[in-house]
Design a binder for this molecule. Structure first.
Ligand SMILES: [Fe+2]
Ligand SMILES: [Fe+2]
Length: 394
């Protein structure tokens, strides 16, 4: 890797690493950071693809100024208007006043709404092409992955796809930006956590758009977050397609909400039952302790999910309620669920789980367990059986 990363002869990565932000979208923890990828094409026309978050304008613009060597930027292509990618637009306009912003019909409203930009906008249609000298760009409008204005840009001559947030991941770069020069294990779980939390809700439409890319000859995938896939673009394509189809691997998540440890004992019996059925990958989590984004990620990964939760103020325990609402929001499917609802005097936990079953039309494995006060001997046995029954079906 060099200071300026080259994707091909005159295509450069000019993105930045963010290891400062605690929460992506002020919601999702970033223990490994994240990168905001932007790309510069220096042809007869100088073209910039997306920008970065506003806080990182300085190192970003410095790289661009060095590479453009006094030339102006002719086109700024906006594949996605979310401010982690559009944050430097205003400053770029100030530096390059003749620059044309390339987007689709939907981009226009966002440009006006976020930045009061109305001029020098070039509106393109789906599958339209734009010659920039030796290279030709082709645009694919891909709404709702994950905003209405999202689109992708493809360089025909290089077969490079600038895919926006699709095929992205959490995790800042440690040196190289290319898939063949890095330890992919670093990104393995972060790809799942990024997808399931950020894009997951739009899975059916993502599956449709990703499948339709099959017609394209793609030699390199360059998204807005994470590695550039030049060695194994099929790896990330396949992974994304599977995630967008809610495909799951053999394994299970046991997640429990407990105040004083009683519900935990039932959950651990269920985990033991899963192991008894031969499931090796069983992840047991305390819903109050592990951030929701990691739970959503593992629920996206594995086939079986056993939820055990106490009640609180006549409802489901709040962090478990937040998890269930997040799964409903993302339309989780193709999973086997098990429910253990506990209460002492107020009730409400199992009721809300049953509502979840109806809302998402999910498969729930028997027995459903309702336990009052501390775990009864009979319910501990039932929890073990629930784990075993779930494991047998996985
Ligand atoms: Fe986004
Ligand atoms: Fe993004």
């Amino acid at each position: 890797m060099s200071y300026f990363n080259r994707l091909s002869d005159n295509v450069y990565w000019v993105g930045v690493n963010d290891r400062e932000t605690e929460l992506f979208e002020n919601l999702w923890p970033l223990p490994k950071g994240v990168s905001y990828n932007s790309y510069l094409i220096v042809d007869e026309k100088v073209v910039l693809v997306d920008t970065v978050k506003a806080d990182y304008q300085e190192p970003y613009l410095e790289k661009i100024m060095k590479l453009t060597e006094g030339r102006t930027i002719d086109y700024l292509i906006i594949n996605h208007m979310e401010p982690d990618h559009s944050g430097a637009i205003k400053e770029l306009i100030r530096l390059f006043p003749d620059m044309e912003i390339v987007g689709n019909k939907k981009t226009t409203g966002f440009l006006k709404g976020f930045y009061d930009i109305e001029n020098n906008i070039k509106e393109i249609n789906d599958k339209e092409t734009l010659s920039i000298g030796e290279k030709t760009l082709k645009f694919f409008i891909t709404p709702m992955v994950h905003w209405p204005e999202t689109m992708m840009t493809y360089i025909k001559e290089d077969s490079i796809l600038f895919s926006g947030d699709v095929f992205g991941t959490f995790g800042a770069f440690n040196g190289s930006i290319f898939d063949d020069e890095i330890d992919l294990e670093f990104y393995e779980d972060e790809i799942m956590r990024y997808y399931s939390n950020i894009v997951g809700k739009y899975s059916p439409i993502a599956a449709k758009h990703i499948s339709s890319l099959g017609e394209l000859d793609i030699k390199m995938i360059a998204s807005t977050h994470g590695p550039i896939w030049r060695d194994k673009p099929e790896y990330i394509l396949d992974k994304y397609l599977k995630m967008s189809k809610y495909e799951a691997k053999k394994g299970a998540v046991v997640v429990y909400g407990t105040m004083y440890g009683n519900t935990k004992r039932l959950a651990e019996e269920a985990a033991a039952g899963l192991s008894e059925a031969g499931i090796e990958e069983v992840k047991t989590y305390d819903v109050s302790k592990t951030d929701k984004s990691f739970l959503i990620s593992d629920i996206w990964k594995y086939k079986g999910i056993i939820m055990a939760s106490c009640s609180y103020n006549n409802e489901l325990f709040p962090p478990m309620l937040a998890l269930i609402e997040a799964l409903e929001n993302r339309g989780i499917k193709n999973r086997l669920f098990g429910f253990i609802g506990t209460y002492s005097w107020s009730g409400g936990s199992l009721k809300r789980m049953n509502q979840f079953e109806k809302n998402c039309n999910i498969n729930v494995i028997e027995p459903k367990i309702k336990n009052q006060y501390g775990p009864t001997e009979n319910n501990l046995k039932k929890a073990y059986q629930l784990g075993k029954n779930t494991g047998d079906k996985i």
